[in-house]
Every structure is written in structure tokens, then in C-alpha cells.
Design a protein around this ligand. Structure first.
Ligand code: BTN
Length: 332
């Protein structure tokens, strides 16, 4: 209700009468008034003039000292049918991936989005932790209940990487790359990491959770990350609005997921993914448990494997679940 009122006031950009809001949402005057009061408590500036109604005075996020990051503000920005349609927002939580799995067990639906302002036990890939301080970054997990075979689930990570890249481009105008399979890279440095986890029962997916952490505000990265991590504000030269970016990610993901699901593969996204692939044409070191080797990355297959050409001209398909790659001169 709060989110719907907010979205409508933002769209209208003019005074909207209480009566109109009541009729639009089928609620009482008191309910509208209460929602307006709560929005004000959240920090929204809403002007109320007798016989004219309510006007959203200031767009949150444009004020440099203050950004409104709430469930209503995030929901009011959503332009999707199912991805992020239901938002679970927390000021602080252990890990959005863990919370998403818990909510999945309790019956949360396909497309539920779990967002927090900070994590106390953020998780990264390969058992690493993910530093998640308050007020400066985006930490979210999207819950999916796909109908396809579990063997296809690893491709969802690439779908999310592609969607995040598209959304950042749209919101900032920056050129965004993807380091296979799922790191988002700007100016050669990592701006977002993605962690996908799946629950399977026999041959069926019970649920998949895709978590992403996006560095937004300027911050002091841990010394081991300082050389290879970057935040959006720094490269963009202005403050990026976290709620708008989240909504843009959901919109891009919904579109990409539907294309992926209809094709049963990454074929519809492959060319676009390859265009952003920072490893393409570069020498990479494949960290295969059976033995490291080098080759030149060529692009991805429809199933999301990385094609790596070896010095003898043969081409290996590298599967993300088994190995990772790194550039031979550094992170990319
Ligand atoms: C990586 O190691 O690159 C993946 C990092 C994934 C971090 C995100 S933050 C939101 C979600 N919740 C977690 O605990 N991890 C992911």
C-alpha cells in the first residue's frame, strides 16, 4: 500500500487528492492518511494541501546526505511482473542467501526478493566471506522455483551476471564487463559478485537462490581487495540510487530469465554476454583441480561453458562448477 501510493505520487508529479488515492486502491481515507504518515516517517517529503491533496516533494536519493532505503521505496520502483514483486527488507541480517533459503522452506514464492542494508555473515564464493557494511552497498538474493532440470541451474548465475551488467549500464551509462562466469567488472575491477545456491530433491529443483553484492558508495576495501575492487559512485562520479538500480536489475533479470527459460539455454543472451566478456581474446589460466593450464578465452557456449583455445589449437569447454579462471597478469 505504501509502495503503491509512493509509486503513484512519483508518477503523477502533481497533487493527488486523498479521494483519488482511496478510489484507486479501494481503501479508506484513514488508511491513506496512515500510509502517508508512515512514508513521512521513512523520510519522504510529502506535502499535503487541503482540497488539493498530496505531492511528493523530493525524490529520495537526490539529497546527498540522505538516502531512503526501505521496503516501500524499493517496491515503489519495481516495474516487473514477478521478479522482485514481493520484497523482504531487513535493516540487518546474517546473509540474504541464508534468509532466502529459509523463506523458501516457509513457502515464499518464485521471484521473492530479499534485500538488506547490511549483512553480519555475508557469504562469497568458495567458502569466502563477503564484507557487507551498512548504508553503502546493495546485498540482495532472488528466490527462484524453476521447472527445469537441475543441470541447467548453473546457467542462472550467468543470466544474473548479464542482467546486473545491463542494469548498471542503464543506470550509469558506464561500460560494464563480465569476468566469466559471474563477476561484474568496471575498468578492470570487480564491482559485483554473485553466489548461486540450489536445493534439489531427486531430479527436481526445489529452489534456487541467487545472491549478489554490488559495491556502490566509496569505501575503504580490505587491503587484499583494494587493487581489484571498485564501487559505482567512484567510477560514475555521482551517487547511484540503490533502489533504482535494484529495480533495474529485476527488470533486466525478468526479461533475460524468460528468454533463457523459453530457449532452454543461454542462446538468446550469448552474443550480448560475449560482448561484455572481459576475458575474451585474453590469455587465461584455468584452475582445474586436475591440473592448471593456459589458453585464450574465446567466448561462452549456449550452456554457459567458457571456450578456451589451447596452444595446439584445440578448444576446451570449461564448466563453471568445476574450475575458475584468472587472467595471467592479474584479476581480469
Ligand atoms: C563472490 O564471492 O564473488 C560472490 C559474492 C556474493 C555476495 C552476495 S551479497 C548478497 C548475497 N548474500 C550473501 O551472503 N552473499 C551474496
Amino acid at each position: 500500500m505504501k509502495a503503491k501510493i509512493l509509486a503513484l505520487l512519483r508518477e503523477r508529479k502533481t497533487y493527488v487528492s486523498g479521494q483519488q488515492l482511496c478510489e484507486q486502491f479501494g481503501v479508506s481515507r484513514t488508511a491513506v492518511w496512515k500510509a502517508i504518515e508512515q512514508l513521512r516517517e521513512d523520510g519522504h517529503k510529502i506535502d499535503a494541501v487541503p482540497r488539493k491533496g498530496y505531492l511528493l516533494v523530493e525524490e529520495p536519493g537526490t539529497d546527498l546526505t540522505r538516502e531512503i532505503y526501505t521496503q516501500s521505496e524499493i517496491s515503489s520502483r519495481m516495474q516487473t511482473s514477478w521478479a522482485g514483486k514481493k520484497v523482504y527488507f531487513y535493516e540487518s541480517i546474517g546473509s540474504t542467501n541464508v534468509q532466502a533459503r529459509q523463506l523458501a522452506e516457509e513457502g515464499a514464492s518464485h521471484g521473492a526478493l530479499i534485500v538488506t542494508d547490511m549483512q553480519t555473515a555475508g557469504r562469497g564464493r568458495r567458502g569466502r566471506s563477503w564484507s557487507s557494511p551498512a548504508g553503502i552497498n546493495i546485498y540482495f538474493t532472488l528466490l527462484l522455483r524453476p521447472g527445469f532440470h537441475p543441470s541447467k541451474a548453473s546457467m542462472l548465475t550467468l543470466v544474473m551476471a548479464h542482467a546486473v551488467a545491463e542494469a548498471i549500464e542503464e543506470e550509469t551509462g558506464l561500460t560494464v564487463g563480465i569476468k566469466w562466469p559471474n563477476d561484474i567488472v568496471i575498468q578492470g575491477k570487480k564491482v559485483c559478485g554473485i553466489l548461486t545456491e540450489m536445493s534439489v530433491e531427486q531430479d527436481d529443483i526445489r529452489h534456487v537462490v541467487i545472491g549478489a553484492g554490488i559495491n556502490v558508495r566509496r569505501q575503504d576495501f580490505a587491503p587484499e581487495l583494494a587493487e581489484k575492487a571498485v564501487c559505482l559512485d567512484e567510477v560514475c562520479g555521482r551517487r547511484v540510487n540503490r533502489c533504482r538500480l535494484l529495480a533495474a536489475v529485476m527488470k533486466a533479470f525478468e526479461r533475460d530469465y524468460e528468454a533463457f527459460e523459453a530457449a532452454g539455454s543461454l542462446e538468446p543472451l550469448r552474443a550480448s554476454y560475449d560482448e561484455r566478456l572481459v576475458n575474451r581474446g585474453r590469455e587465461v589460466c584455468v584452475l582445474d583441480p586436475a591440473g592448471e593450464y593456459r589458453g585464450v578465452a574465446k567466448g561462452i557456449t549456449d550452456m554457459g561453458e567458457l571456450l578456451v583455445e589451447l596452444s595446439d589449437g584445440t578448444v576446451q569447454k570449461v564448466f563453471a562448477g568445476e574450475v575458475s579462471v584468472r587472467g595471467i597478469y592479474g584479476y581480469v
